[in-house]
Design a protein around this ligand. Sequence first.
Ligand code: SAM
Length: 275
Amino acid sequence: MAALDGLPPLREVIARHGLDARKALGQNFLLDLNLTQKIARTAGDIASHTVIEVGPGPGGLTRAILALGAKRVIAIERDARCLPALAEISEHYPGRLTVIEGDALKTDFEALAPGEPVRIIANLPYNVGTQLLVDWLLPKRWPPFWDSLTLMFQREVGLRIVAQENDDHYGRLGVLAGWRTRARLAFDVPPQAFTPPPKVTSTVVHLEPVAEPLSCDSRTLERVTQAAFGQRRKMLRQSLKPLGGEALLSRAGIDPQRRAETLSVEEFVRLANAL
Ligand code: SAM
């Protein structure tokens, strides 16, 4: 890390500030400069963007984002123990890093950098990451306040985000991401890249908003996909019974004997609009 920005190596920072990783906060830190730069680069041009980073921890990814020239970084971290280490990075890059102590799940992201082009980059605990992704995919206004999302997930979750119909991983996440974004898997990250190592392989997913997704109410689309995939092995006439069953499917022009995983995003949108 020293070669990247002249700041001390992350292992030293972690030791000096006593940042032993806490499982309850999903803390698996990245200490490898090459890797954090690779993640930051996946986000594309950041020089003209404000980057919102969620869960900076001791700052490995934050440092890469700043060293690669992000105009400004706003980082939200829940663990107050990390703040002194992050303050050192802030001092090193005057005026470019703002750290907010708080819970990302309770943060109003749209209000953080109004009117500025925003990219979001995060290596988050997976449960928090999935919830945030759904929130970022379902704002009232579209195009959204962000130009891209570059997020670390368990590989399994990454596969669900980019899945299309007739794929075992296809479900609610695949429909929501497929409806409003172009999503791709960027690269895998093995467990041993993290300190401490998690049990499974991770993957970096990059999503960019589609300018004009098919018109439909996002909450209704969510309701339909939840009902359909809640009983994914059943025929739609059964799984969608609470929402109108065969009558709904007939209005949408969809065979009631089909199963959720065979429906394209466009067909889910038709269902939501019929509802
Ligand atoms: N970005 C650092 C890295 O790559 O080494 C840390 C990644 S670690 C997987 C996840 C970070 O998210 C931790 O620093 C943890 O404290 C923080 N975190 C966990 N839950 C959070 C929440 N709800 N809001 C904000 N930060 C959170």
